[in-house]
Design a protein around this ligand. Structure first.
Ligand code: ATP
Length: 438
């Protein structure tokens, strides 16, 4: 440790309050800006780095980190730590002054109080995702988005009031001596194995780390590290196996984000957040106000009771009623094009809500988009394969559907008229869902 508690530095501008910690490169202190009476954090290279023959090189990188952070927090992002100053102490030591985040890291929080409720964990991770979308747009990759680097700023005493703030851009600046493995490979349990390759700069690294952080927050356990998965054939235990109440959507989002190979992960942070955002659906009161006076209470009762098959049939019934196509028994081109968005959205929200984001048109639409989002038969087949409406290239018969939560994501509602053939043009229908924007 360089500085003692109470020590004044930089001509008395700062009073050191306490040592917060440090790693391969730097020591971090809590300090008081004596003129402004503002609590800040000061980071400075540690002794071993100062003795390193490459010290000037690290100082250069440290400066770059400061500049990069300053650039990143230029628009004062609520979830990225602010940089205030970069200065050289009288003895030649370089120092970075940053915003002090009152609270504790996600790592410490979970260690102290155990795994978090799904909604709380998703809230923090979603905030980090928004910060990373912003960084990625600026061409910056954090590469170490791990629970110790996610600070939670709490309103004292109010549960679930935390705001997550991303700190420590050390790896993004790539400034550690090569001997410090932890810094060159981030925090092993949360980093994808490809991060060991020099020069890896891609959103999929941050996606893996963030999905791993969510895994930790929700299960209270570190995920199996990617090296052991890659080279020792160890398996990642799905988070739902550890927390059975976890929604299918969040479980899937974690597994996709932590896919071992980068090519199998969502390729942008926005894409990954989209997977997560289905779990953000307002799971409280739904307003069932139809544009055309259709009553959705019976559908809601069936879904609430998890009577999936009856709910599927009722969905067909109400949709034909909305479109005034009861006689025809199927939705033609015109009725799909003009299907009221409000009603489409109500039906979707009911399915999403009661299946815990596992079923619903919006879930199916996301998969349809992943299949290319075109209005053609190839896209329909891709969707059919992904949601389990097709098996080995054959469309299922009406009694072959699976009416349980064990079915594939998006399996229900089936868009099948139970008395006749497929009753709508699937691709056309999802292009309508897409244009309704939900
Ligand atoms: N802006 C901040 N506000 C409050 N606490 C912080 C802030 N930045 C870091 N800390 C705390 O300081 C300690 C050290 O953090 P830091 O990120 O500098 O260390 P590290 O990652 O171990 O170091 P290195 O980056 O050299 O590996 C951690 O406990 C962290 O929670």
């Amino acid at each position: 440790m360089f500085w003692q508690d109470g020590q004044l530095i930089y001509n008395g501008k700062y009073k050191i309050e306490k040592y917060l910690g440090g790693g391969g490169f730097a020591l971090t202190y809590q300090a008081m800006h004596t003129k402004l009476n503002r609590r800040v954090v000061i980071k400075t290279p540690n002794i071993s780095v100062q003795r390193d023959p490459d010290y000037p090189k690290y100082v250069e990188r440290f400066k770059k980190e400061a500049q990069m952070l300053a650039m990143c927090c230029r628009d004062s992002h609520p979830h990225i730590v602010q940089v205030f100053d970069f200065f050289v102490e009288e003895d030649g030591r370089y120092c970075l002054e940053m915003q002090y985040i009152a609270g504790e890291s996600l790592w410490e929080y979970v260690q102290r109080q155990g795994k978090l409720p799904e909604t709380e964990a998703v809230k923090y991770i979603h905030q980090m995702g928004l910060a990373l979308v912003d960084l990625h747009k600026k061409g910056v990759f954090h590469l170490d988005v791990t629970p110790p680097n996610i600070m939670l700023n709490f309103n004292s005493g109010i549960p679930n009031s935390g705001k997550a703030v991303l700190i420590d851009f050390g790896i993004a600046g790539d400034m550690s001596p090569p001997s410090t493995l932890s810094r060159s490979f981030g925090n092993k349990a949360f980093a994808p194995y490809e991060l060991t390759r020099k020069g890896i700069r891609h959103p999929t690294v941050d996606i893996y780390c963030l999905a791993g952080s969510l895994y930790y927050a929700i299960t209270g356990q570190r995920p199996t590290n990617s090296f052991d998965r890659k080279y020792e054939q160890e398996k990642l235990v799905p988070p739902k196996q550890l927390v059975s109440s976890l929604s299918y959507t969040v479980n899937q989002a974690i597994l996709k984000g932590m896919a071992l190979e980068a090519k199998d992960r969502p390729q942008t942070m926005e894409e990954w957040l989209n997977l997560l955002s289905f779990s953000q659906v307002n799971l409280t009161e739904l307003i069932l106000a139809s544009d055309v006076g259709v009553d959705y209470q019976y559908l809601e009762n069936l879904l609430k009771a998890e009577k999936w098959k009856a709910a599927d049939e009722e969905t067909t019934r109400v949709m034909l009623k909305v479109a005034k196509r009861e006689q025809g028994g199927w939705l033609d081109y015109e009725s799909i094009e003009n299907f009221p968005c409000t009603d489409l959205c109500i039906i979707d929200q009911l399915w999403v809500k009661y299946s815990n984001c596992h079923f619903g048109f919006s879930v199916q639409k996301r998969i349809w988009l992943e299949c290319g989002g075109k209005v053609d038969y190839e896209t329909e087949c891709c969707l059919g394969d992904r949601v389990g409406w097709r098996n080995k290239g054959r469309w299922l018969e009406k009694d072959e559907y699976k009416y349980s939560l064990d079915a594939l994501n998006g399996h229900l509602p089936t868009t099948k008229n139970h008395h006749s053939l497929i009753w709508l043009n699937i691709s056309l229908f999802f292009s309508r869902v897409q244009s309704c924007n939900f």
